[in-house]
Design a protein around this ligand. Structure first.
Ligand code: 7RM
Length: 656
């Protein structure tokens, strides 16, 4: 981001106070209350988290120690026994919430379903018993590859109930990406559906599973459980594949939740890093349950009658923490929508809000920017007066989009929570508490109580002026990732040893750059590593490059992000070809398609530029900084003296 933009952002003068009528009823009612919580948590984190864990959650057995911190490895609520499925379901059944809507689901072709807490509990127990019968035991890994249907949440909760570790793979990923993730986690079972409705098409999920498992390529998988959704013809492999509706008929609805150790693994979720293969982020039971629960309660300001809707997919961390676990643990009503806005149905989100009287709405800046483009007449034609709180997540939100969201969707009365966090953090880290903290368009504002965030330089020292630096977290928190699955060393290196202050402290480095303004507000600027954010989805440049070079025509590839008005960034790939091939529009198409089949449609390059050579340093490192400027159509500035061959740059400029 250019210096100009940083300066203009930091000069943002608009300040939006929480509306008085909102604060009065809010969970956290004032800045003073926030500050008290924050200071208390900072002064005595163990007491702060221990008291919340006791008050907010059910434990089969209390812990001995709140935190055991052997940097960078943390254990929370040591020896405590807990089950998150119990906290999300069973404990509500003895209260008035028994027949409250837990999950409201709106299907893409217009079908819908509502499950009360007792109905959801019943289905989760049935699925838990069914997968037990298939041989799944405590500690086994289960792949979940599903469309946005209630059974996706049911499958997660069923795993959690019996202590199986789920690994949800976004339904938009390709068979290859699915296979890599199943193999990395050595999954025993895959839960999927025949297909799913995506925009105006049907996607063959089971078909992708078949491809992923073909020829023994994912040998750990012995069983596949298939939910019937689209009813298209699919192949069912005898002895391996079973229909859920067959097993459900025989499955008992009695399945006590397994008391899990607080530090037992709850799930693995893969996320892109700057190098090679995706990282299996590990979250454990007790700490994650508490952190997703309390952030949900305070940030989304849950009230008993709220209908809450998050537009993310359960395949991402946002869907895990803020569609399923955080909200059900609180006994809230969470809405799940299978559809997506598109030109043929540009108002579908606003229809859903009107139909269900949604009160709290959580979406991504990229979606907001596309709504702006579609025009305000769509939301204006619907009654959105039920909304009282709005949220955003996934990438920095530009002040213009923030203002549009505030005015057009929020009718200038709803607070906006711009929530900064990551797959790795388990829950929201920097955010307004909507009844307490005044907002500035484009800033995620202040850290959640218990989170010690800072902006530091390369030596890990606090940056004192507003010039910016690396965003770090200085103290462990309950929702933090515990390790990378099967690779504790990479966990240590990537997150905890990137920045090491002289005093030997461990800082968690998130991979983002940020600024802190005079009021202590955080302005997150985006990734400083080789991770691209396309429509809020994290993609590693290396993953895409590996996909490209796996095509016989490609000799070398370098991938960078180019600013895009709607999606935040678009993928531009610089490619050199094997001498037996020549560039052509046909080959460009083929390479794009190749990336789609290797990773999935979200990774499709917007542009492929063929070139004779890539700009490299003498030590052979591709100079992405130059490529980024070129991709954006900007002048290449800064130091180019380390370039091995300067003519390469001239050729690239010439549009070679
Ligand atoms: C929840 C999620 C994480 C990355 C993170 C940032 C970016 C997310 C914001 C944001 C600015 C925000 N998990 N990011 N939220 N940047 N403001 N409010 O997105 O693991 O998929 O991505 O997303 O770069 O590091 S994620």
């Amino acid at each position: 981001m250019s210096q100009d933009t940083i300066e203009s952002i930091l000069q943002e003068k608009r300040l939006f106070q929480p509306p008085a009528e909102f604060s009065e009823k809010a969970q956290i009612k004032s800045l003073e209350e926030y500050k008290q919580l924050y200071d208390r948590a900072k002064a005595d984190p163990q007491a702060f988290w221990g008291e919340l864990a006791e008050k907010e959650l059910h434990w089969f057995q209390k812990w001995d120690t709140v935190l055991d911190w052997q940097p960078p490895f943390a254990k929370w609520f040591v020896n405590g026994k807990i089950n998150i499925s119990y906290n999300c379901l069973d404990r509500h059944l003895t209260t008035w919430r028994k027949n409250k809507a837990a999950l409201i689901w709106e299907g893409e072709p217009g079908d819908s379903r509502t499950l009360t807490y007792s109905q959801l509990h019943r289905e989760v127990c049935q699925m838990a018993n069914a997968i037990k019968k298939l041989g799944v035991q405590k500690g086994d890994r289960v792949g979940i590859y599903m469309p946005m249907i209630p059974e996706a949440a049911i499958a997660m909760l069923a795993c959690a109930r019996i202590g199986a570790i789920h690994s949800v793979v976004f339904g938009g990923f390709s068979a290859e990406a699915l296979r890599d993730r199943l193999n990395d986690g050595q999954a025993k079972l895959v839960i999927t559906a025949d297909g799913g409705f995506r925009k105006d098409a049907i996607v063959g999920l089971k078909e992708q599973v078949d491809k992923a498992l073909a020829n023994g390529a994912a040998p750990s998988v012995t069983d596949v459980l298939v939910i019937q959704r689209t009813k298209q013809q699919i192949h069912m492999e005898a002895g391996r594949d079973r229909w859920w509706h067959d097993l459900q008929k025989e499955a008992s609805a009695d399945c006590p939740a397994e008391p899990m150790d607080s530090e037992d693994m709850l799930f693995i979720l893969y996320t892109s890093g700057s190098t090679g293969k995706p990282k299996g982020v590990v979250h454990t039971t007790g700490g994650y349950n508490l952190y997703s629960h309390i952030t949900t309660k305070w940030i989304f300001d849950l009230q008993d009658t709220d209908v809450y809707w998050c537009t993310a997919d359960v395949g991402w961390i946002t869907g895990h923490s803020y569609i399923v676990y955080g909200h059900l643990s609180n006994g809230a009503t969470t809405l799940m929508y299978e559809g997506a806005p598109r030109n043929s149905n540009p108002g579908c989100f606003w229809d859903v809000i009107e139909k269900y009287g949604v009160n709290i709405f959580y979406t991504a800046p990229t979606a907001i920017r596309s709504f702006m483009k579609m025009g305000e007449h769509h939301p204006k034609a619907r009654n959105l007066s039920s909304l009282r709180l709005l949220g955003t997540v996934g990438e920095p939100i530009n002040p213009e989009a923030w203002m549009w969201y505030h005015r057009i969707i929020g009718n200038s009365k709803c607070p906006i929570v711009d929530t900064w966090w990551q797959t790795e953090t388990g829950g929201i880290m920097i955010t307004p508490l909507p009844g307490a903290i005044a907002t500035k368009p484009g800033s995620a504002t202040l850290p959640f109580p218990g989170i010690v965030a800072d902006v530091v330089d390369q030596d890990g020292a606090t940056v004192t002026n507003e010039s910016g630096g690396y965003l770090v977290i200085k103290h462990p928190w309950p929702g933090m990732m515990r390790t990378l699955y099967g690779d504790p060393d990479r966990f240590r290196r990537t997150y905890w040893e990137y920045l090491r202050p002289k005093n030997g402290d461990y800082l968690y480095f998130a991979g983002d750059g940020a600024h802190k303004d005079k009021d202590g507000y955080f302005w997150v600027m985006g990734r400083v590593d080789d991770v691209i954010s396309v429509a809020g989805h994290r993609l590693g440049t290396m993953e895409i490059e590996s996909a490209l070079v796996s095509h016989p025509a490609v000799a070398e590839a370098a991938v960078v992000g180019k600013p895009d008005e709607i999606k935040g960034e678009e993928i531009v790939a610089f490619v050199t070809l094997d001498s037996a091939y020549t560039s052509s529009p046909q080959l460009e198409k083929e390479l794009k398609q190749h990336v789609v089949s290797e990773i999935g449609a979200i990774a499709r390059p917007g542009e492929i530029r063929f070139t004779d050579a890539l700009p490299k340093t003498r030590s052979g490192k591709i100079m992405r900084r130059l490529l980024r400027s070129l991709a954006a159509g900007q002048e290449v500035t800064g130091d180019t003296s380390t370039l091995e061959d300067r003519t390469v740059l001239d050729k690239l400029r010439g549009g070679a």
